[in-house]
Design a protein. Structure first.
Length: 364
C-alpha cells in the first residue's frame, strides 16, 4: 500500500513538473522569442549565400520581430531596415491587386462572376467567355510568361499597351477546366479595375489600398525613391556566388508582379485581411477561399491568395513572389494569428524551412 502511495505521489510530482515546464515554454516573452528567431535566421543564412534578407513577424496584429540581415547594396555595404528598405515582391503584387477587386465588388461596381466583356469590350473575342473570378484564380486559360518575357526592359505607359503581349493569343483550355498560373491574367484584371473604377490602376491602388492601410513605402517600382530600393542580384549557375541581376522594367505587369514594398508594409497589408474591418467578413472569405475546377479539383488558390498547409494542420494564407532580383514569402497562420514576411534581393532565394520554423517560435 505504501509503495502505491509513493508511486502515486511521484506520478503527481512528475506531471506537475511537466506542466510547469510546458507552461514556462509557452510563456516565453517576446524578447526570448526574438532571440530564437534571430538565431535560426542567422543559422539559415550561414548555409546560404544571400546578399540581403528582411524579415518581419506579427502576432495578433502587432509586429513582434523585424530585422534586416546582410546588405541592400553589397558593394556600398548598405544595411537593410525592414521599415523602409524596399524589395521587389513579385507575385505578392497579385494579392495587393486582389484587394482592389474586393473593394469594387463590395461597392457593387464589379460583378466577379459576370463575363469580362461586360467590362472590357475591346478584348479580342475568344472561343469561350470567362469571368473575373476565373481570371483571379488562374482558371481562365490565359497563358503565363513565355521565352524571356520576364526579362523585358521596356517602359509601357499604360495597361492597354501591356495587353499587347497576350491579348491575341488563343486560350490554353476551356475556362474553369484547368488551373494554369498566369501573370498576364492580372494585366487584364488591372484593365477591368481601371474600366470599372474610372481611375488609372496605379492611382486606384495608391488612393484606395496603400494610403488607407498606411503602406507608405509601397508603390510601383518606377514611383520609388531610389535611395530606399535594394540592388538586385542573381546567383551564378552553381549558386556559390552572385552577381548583379539584369536590368528589367516591370511596367507591363504592375498587378501581376510590379510592386515594391517593405516587409513591414506587407505585414500591414496582411493584418488588414485577418479580420473584418477594412473588408466585410464575406469579402475576406471570398478572397481566401480556394476555387475549384469544373471537375471538382481544389486549386488551393482564391482571388490572388494562395492557401497552403503548414505544420500541425495549420492553414496558411498569402502568397510567394519570385522576380528578377527578388524572392518573397508572405503568409498568415490563421490558427495562431501570426504573420511571417521574408524578402531577399536575389532571385530564387530558397527560404526552405525558415518560414515554418519562425511560425513555430511564435505558435504560443
Amino acid at each position: 500500500m505504501n509503495f502505491l502511495k509513493i508511486l502515486f505521489f511521484k506520478f503527481i510530482k512528475l506531471n506537475y513538473f511537466v506542466y510547469v515546464c510546458l507552461f514556462i515554454a509557452g510563456c516565453e516573452n517576446d524578447e526570448q522569442k526574438s532571440i530564437k528567431a534571430d538565431k535560426i535566421t542567422r543559422e539559415y543564412l550561414s548555409t546560404t549565400n544571400l546578399p540581403g534578407l528582411s524579415i518581419s513577424v506579427a502576432k495578433k496584429g502587432k509586429i513582434v520581430f523585424s530585422r534586416g540581415y546582410g546588405y541592400a547594396d553589397v558593394e556600398q555595404k548598405k544595411t537593410i531596415d525592414p521599415s523602409k528598405t524596399k524589395f521587389r515582391i513579385g507575385s505578392v503584387s497579385k494579392t495587393y491587386a486582389a484587394t482592389a477587386l474586393g473593394i469594387l465588388s463590395e461597392r457593387k461596381i464589379l460583378d466577379l462572376e459576370e463575363d469580362i466583356y461586360t467590362y472590357v469590350s475591346s478584348f479580342p473575342l475568344k472561343k469561350w467567355k470567362f469571368n473575373t473570378m476565373q481570371l483571379a484564380g488562374h482558371l481562365s486559360g490565359i497563358r503565363h510568361y513565355k521565352n524571356d518575357e520576364m526579362l523585358i526592359n521596356e517602359y509601357y505607359g499604360s495597361v492597354n499597351d501591356a495587353m499587347e503581349f497576350f491579348k491575341y493569343d488563343t486560350l490554353l483550355h476551356k475556362p474553369g477546366t484547368k488551373y494554369h498560373y498566369s501573370t498576364h491574367a492580372w494585366t487584364l484584371i488591372s484593365l477591368i479595375i481601371e474600366n470599372t473604377s474610372r481611375s488609372e490602376f496605379l492611382s486606384f491602388m495608391n488612393t484606395e489600398v496603400f494610403a488607407p492601410l498606411k503602406m507608405n513605402d509601397t508603390q510601383a517600382e518606377l514611383q520609388a525613391v531610389d535611395t530606399d530600393l535594394v540592388k538586385f542580384y542573381q546567383f551564378n549557375s552553381s549558386r556559390d556566388t552572385f552577381e548583379i541581376a539584369p536590368k528589367v522594367n516591370n511596367s507591363w505587369k504592375w498587378a501581376g508582379g510590379g510592386f515594391i514594398s517593405t516587409t513591414e508594409d506587407v505585414i500591414r497589408f496582411l493584418n488588414a485581411h485577418t479580420k473584418p474591418g477594412f473588408f466585410k467578413k464575406n469579402t475576406l472569405k471570398l478572397l481566401t477561399t480556394s476555387q475549384f475546377t469544373t471537375d471538382g479539383q481544389k486549386t488551393n488558390y482564391g482571388l490572388g491568395w494562395r492557401i497552403r498547409e503548414g505544420r500541425n494542420g495549420d492553414i496558411l494564407y498569402g502568397h510567394t513572389g519570385d522576380s528578377v532580383g527578388g524572392t518573397t514569402y508572405a503568409f498568415w497562420n490563421k490558427r495562431t494569428d501570426t504573420i511571417v514576411v521574408i524578402t531577399s534581393n536575389i532571385k530564387i532565394a530558397r527560404f526552405g524551412e525558415l518560414p515554418l520554423d519562425i511560425f513555430d517560435i511564435y505558435r504560443n
